[in-house]
Each structure stands twice: as C-alpha cells, then as structure tokens.
Design a protein around this ligand. Structure first.
Ligand SMILES: [Zn+2]
Length: 251
C-alpha cells in the first residue's frame, strides 16, 4: 500500500485574503482525497479565538489531529494558562504569524509563552516570509525564529515555507540553521523542488518536514514539490512521513 503522508501545516477555517477554506466537516474528505494520515492543524487568520477552541476539541477527539494554538500578543496571560493546561493533551504546540501580530517571535512579550513551550518540549511553527530578503527588519524573518531556537533549546522550532518564500532566503535560512539542531523546515509554499534538494544538502533529511499549507496552497502542488525532488526514496519517506512522527513523539 502507498505510504500515507503526514502534513505539518494545515489550516482550519477561512481566510480574509483568499477564497478557500477547510471546515471541520471537510477534514475527513481532505485526508481521504490526498491519502493523508496525521495533520498538524491550526486556524487561518479569521475567527482565531473560535478556531483555536475548535482545534483543541478536534485534537482531543481525533488521534490524527495534532493541534497548534495560534498565539496573540493581546492575550498572552490567557494563552499561557490555556497552554499550561492543554499542551500534551492533543495540543502539541503553537503557531506564530509575525505579519498579523506586527511583532517578531523573539520579542520579550512572548517570553512567557516560550517558557511554557520549552518546559513542555513543544512545537513552535513560525510563518516565514520573503519581505526584505529575510532581513531582521521584517517581523516574519527566519532570523527571529532561530533566535528563539537558540535560546529555548527544548522547543522544536519549525520555520514554515523553508524559512521564506524565495530561494535565496531559503538558502540563507538553511545555512544559518546548520548548527541549531532544534530548527526544522516545513516545505509548504515552495515553488521549486530544488529547495528540498538544497535543504538535504545543508541540514540533512531529518529536519525537513512536509507541509501543504492547505487550503492556502494547493495540496498536490506542494506534494509534488517534494515528490519531484532529486533525492533518495529514504529521504522522501522521512520528509513525507517519518519526521512528523519523530517530532510529535514524547522523547
Ligand atoms: Zn500557513
């Protein structure tokens, strides 16, 4: 039987920007249609509080749903309480989006959250953009994610979009992360399989993890971005399946 795919980057709900959505009732069909086993699920930019609650519920109910909680600087105290209670209980970590937050992930205001994540050895998935070519002046620069990864070494930091939506930014991010073993890269949003090949060369196949960014991106588009890479079968099975499982394992 064909190996099922594990997807580290799936959004629940609808966006204020694109005309695509994934509702609770669509999840079953989404998994079946694309031969997916486990998903890491978190809200899109709309109805964040409502969807955060739904994600927690779904993660408790379904073994294959691993929840990421979208944190917001306007409610750090409440979020810390929720995370203290829910991490390890279906919820596996948090999602951070510097563009919507208008703040960088390494900012002091998020430290109470990072401390909980570090204590619980949880996941921090960070949106990384291409704005200003990955310069620290951008709130969505991979640089800030790596700062957090260095400071909180028990947090499994996933740099979404392989560190930024541009090959030159991806290259910089991979090079900067070489000696930061708790920094991982999700393959969502890549426009060429070359970035996956580059990733393997720079940090090895164990730190690259498949993400579709569905429904923001086309699932198949993202899947073939990995499938078309000139890499070994073994590396592909790590990226598309096994690395996810290692990331969520309790050890
Ligand atoms: Zn996304």
């Amino acid at each position: 039987m064909k190996l099922k795919v594990n997807d580290v980057h799936v959004h629940l709900g609808s966006s204020s920007i694109i005309n695509q959505k994934l509702l609770v009732k669509d999840i079953k069909n989404f998994r079946k249609k694309y031969n997916i086993d486990n998903i890491m699920l978190f809200t899109l930019d709309r109805d964040i509080d409502k969807n955060n609650k739904k994600v927690i519920e779904l993660a408790k109910k379904y073994e294959y749903v691993h929840g990421l909680y979208w944190i917001q600087k306007t409610r750090i105290k409440e979020d810390v309480k929720i995370l203290e209670q829910e991490l390890g209980n279906g919820l596996v970590g948090v999602k951070f989006h510097g563009v919507f937050e208008k703040e960088k992930v390494s900012a002091k205001i998020y430290e109470p959250i990072m401390k909980v994540l570090d204590k619980k050895k949880a996941i921090l998935l960070i949106h990384c953009g291409r704005f200003k070519d990955g310069s620290p002046l951008s709130n969505s620069s991979f640089v800030h994610g790596l700062t957090v990864a260095k400071k909180f070494q028990n947090i499994k930091v996933i740099l979404a979009h392989m560190g930024g939506n541009d090959t030159s930014v991806v290259r910089k991010a991979l090079e900067s992360a070489k000696n930061i073993p708790n920094a991982y890269f999700d393959t969502s949003g890549i426009s060429t399989p070359f970035r996956v090949e580059l990733g393997i060369k720079k940090v090895g196949p164990k730190r690259i993890i498949f993400g579709s960014d569905f429904p923001w991106c086309s699932f198949r588009g993202m899947f073939y971005g990995v499938e078309d890479a000139l890499i070994s079968k073994h590396a592909k099975s790590l990226i598309l399946n096994k690395n996810f499982l290692r990331l969520i394992s309790k050890n």
